[in-house]
Design a protein around this ligand. Structure first.
Ligand SMILES: [Zn+2]
Length: 683
């Protein structure tokens, strides 16, 4: 077939009438050497942290390259901002407006990675937090996508689950060392995100401040990537782009973190492009992260996918235009979303009230001058409305069928969450103090001190009954504080007002903790009625099946959960357990091994694999797995007992006895089963 078409082409070219078109194809000059592209996004990095002495690697790139001093994100939230970075589209166009949403790449507007890969680039992505896990859609176009972020199985799927930059960069460096030109590498460093706990030495490097210490640590990771390029002699053939995804409030305007307000503490981001062909300069006109992908594509000799962006590397400064930003996150607290337009001088923030700031005289946005500049407000409001109108209608209301299924399960649910947009909902800037109280309570809960958070959360849940985030967190704190029945009551009230799969799943967890397995099952089924592919609910359903002795159904649920979220070690481990229950040992073994690929330190998976090895006559191989489980969880007495059995089965009687004696000496009384077995086995 191929041969025929080749012959045909030759014949066509031989005919004079076709000469022009044939030659046109052949004549095109060889493309200029395309640069490798390394994109490093640093989470939660304020623009004003560069050039202060603790970011030497980024500062060196900025000095040698193009530094953008007036760059903003499109959304002060990790996933939506990164979808903009990867697509060159505004959130209104790409549709991912909050963390936890799923990006669906469109053939009409392929991602940066997809475009570069189609053009022959080798592509690798390495991310530092679960919020960018492949299940949220950004892996498209990457040959390798490394999102091995450990999740605490007790915590469910928290978006903030993270791994240190050193681990991300270890993997990225290994990839980089074998990548062939041209390559596109994306590295995401999550470290400056709260909580601020820099590794030893970095806080001191940054003058004693913990947040700055995390920034210094991220900079040290950037240095490792540059060093790897240098060792490969690839610096001159590589363009390095550094971008923050959003900033951090650090108390400005009463906001400690990011996402709730839209002042420049969180909207402004560092942006640097560095490469041998780029003339050093500083650009001061407003630009946006939306401009980054198109500019990188141009550097690779490719036409931008999307219109409407500025060329960051045009000879002249990008022409003046308003840049767009937004945050819909306040709706999770029942407050008004924010729309933003920012130009050279004016910045408009629109909610249930209008804020206008004159950045030329008031760069820290302290004086709202909207009343004095009605004409400016009118013009900017109209332009903002045009941009917002481009957004497709928000996700269709949950089908009547889902309502029917909820009713059949015994639930009558309110509007889809977050409840419809109330034009009178508060401007979050007016109630940010409540958010501060919430964040304090949340970190107490996350730190395992839910009792300290209960009073504040109860008050918040009472004051803001339509706020999903206050209801769920209050329920979680009650459950964690050992009051699951009260948690169930809170969640029941919440699901009656707010229709949300996650809330039903939380209700199920609380009901299970309260011993009400019937309600737990109903609630997981309700979660799945709203969102059939919710992996947490599928896993929860599997656990309920397993507890009731329905191993086959359990295995089916865990299989779905693991397929939807393959980097969750606990889902694979649960699947291994269910398959072992069904005596399908080879498949159980493969599930445990998948879990350990994702998280080599996961004790339950190591214990499960060891058990299979003993059961299949490989007791000597099993020893290392039980030892690994114990290395990461020393009070895991089931694994310790299994270790004794593995010694015994592999003929090491003395070592087995030593382990049994240790269990009898050290295991607290609640490990009755293990103690009795050890006493029986000891000889
Ligand atoms: Zn972020």
């Amino acid at each position: 077939m191929k041969r025929v078409s080749l012959v045909l082409l030759v014949a066509l070219c031989a005919a004079p009438v076709f000469m022009t078109s044939c030659r046109a194809g052949r004549e095109s000059s060889p493309p200029p050497a395309r640069p490798n592209i390394v994109l490093i996004t640093i989470d939660t990095l304020r623009a004003d942290r560069l050039g202060r002495g603790f970011t030497p690697a980024i500062d060196a790139l900025a000095t040698a390259g193009v530094r953008f001093d007036n760059a903003r994100t499109t959304v002060p939230l990790t996933l939506p901002a990164h979808v903009t970075i990867m697509t060159g589209l505004l959130p209104t166009a790409h549709g991912v407006r909050e963390n936890g949403a799923v990006f669906a790449p469109q053939a009409s507007s392929p991602t940066l990675a997809r475009r570069l890969r189609d053009a022959g680039y080798q592509t690798g992505g390495f991310v530092g937090a679960y919020v960018l896990d492949r299940r949220f859609g950004l892996a498209d176009g990457f040959d390798a996508y490394d999102d091995r972020v450990r999740r605490d199985p007790a915590e469910g799927a928290r978006l903030e689950a993270q791994r240190p930059g050193s681990e991300v960069v270890d993997a990225a460096v290994a990839w980089l060392q074998q990548a062939r030109p041209q390559f596109f590498l994306w590295v995401h460093l999550y470290d400056p995100h709260a909580p601020y706990e820099p590794p030893a030495g970095y806080r001191e490097k940054a003058g004693g401040d913990a947040y700055n210490g995390e920034v210094a640590y991220a900079d040290a990771q950037v240095a490792r990537i540059v060093e790897t390029l240098r060792a490969r002699s690839a610096v001159d053939s590589t363009v390095i782009a550094i971008a923050g995804d959003h900033g951090e409030g650090l108390g400005d305007h009463g906001e400690h973190t990011h996402g709730m307000l839209a002042y420049d503490s969180t909207l402004k981001v560092p942006l640097v492009l560095s490469g041998a062909t780029l003339q050093p300069r500083v650009v001061t006109t407003p630009v946006s992260l939306v401009d980054l992908a198109p500019s990188l594509l141009r550097l690779a000799g490719l036409a931008p996918s999307a219109a409407g962006s500025a060329d960051l590397l045009a000879q002249s400064q990008p022409s003046e235009r308003d840049v767009y930003a937004e945050t819909l996150y306040p709706r999770s607290a029942g407050w008004h979303a924010l729309g933003v337009l920012a130009g050279e001088r004016w910045k408009l923030i629109q909610s249930s009230e209008t804020e206008l700031y004159d950045l030329s005289s008031d760069p820290v946005e302290q004086r709202n001058v909207a009343a004095a500049h009605a004409g400016v407000v009118q013009g900017m409001t109209a332009r903002l409305a045009t941009l917002q109108a481009a957004a497709p209608a928000t996700s269709a209301p949950v089908a009547a069928e889902a309502s029917e299924r909820l009713r059949a399960l015994g639930y009558v649910s309110g509007a889809s969450a977050p409840a419809g947009i109330d034009p009178r909902a508060p401007n979050p800037a007016r109630v940010i103090e409540a958010w501060g109280r919430f964040e304090t309570a949340l970190s107490q809960t996350n730190a395992g001190r839910p009792q300290e958070a209960l009073a504040a959360l109860k008050a918040l849940a009472g004051s803001f009954p339509n706020a999903p985030v206050f209801q769920t967190t209050y329920g979680r704190a009650l459950k964690d504080a050992g009051r699951p029945a009260e948690a169930v009551a809170v969640y029941r009230q919440a699901v009656a007002r707010i229709r949300d799969a996650g809330l039903y799943h939380d209700l199920a967890i609380a009901a299970r903790a309260a011993g009400n397995l019937t309600e737990a099952l109903r609630a997981e089924q309700a979660a799945l009625a709203l969102e059939a592919r919710n992996p947490a609910a599928l896993n929860g359903l599997g656990l309920l099946h397993a507890e009731a002795g329905r191993a086959k159904e359990a295995a089916a649920s865990f299989e779905q959960a693991a397929a939807l979220d393959p980097s969750n070690a606990s889902y694979w481990t649960n699947l291994g357990n269910a398959r072992r229950e069904l005596s399908d040992l080879p498949q159980a073994e493969s599930a445990y091994r998948r879990a350990l690929d994702v998280d080599p330190t996961y004790p339950d998976a190591a214990n499960g694999l060891g058990t299979i090895l003993v059961q299949t006559g490989r007791a000597a191989d099993a020893v290392q797995w039980f030892e690994r489980a114990l290395q990461h969880q020393s009070d895991f007495y089931e694994a310790r007992l299994n270790l004794g059995i593995a010694f015994q089965e592999s003929g090491q009687r003395e070592r087995a006895n030593a382990v049994y004696r240790e269990i009898l000496a050290k295991a607290p009384a609640r490990f009755k089963r293990e103690r009795e077995a050890a006493a029986q086995l000891l000889r």
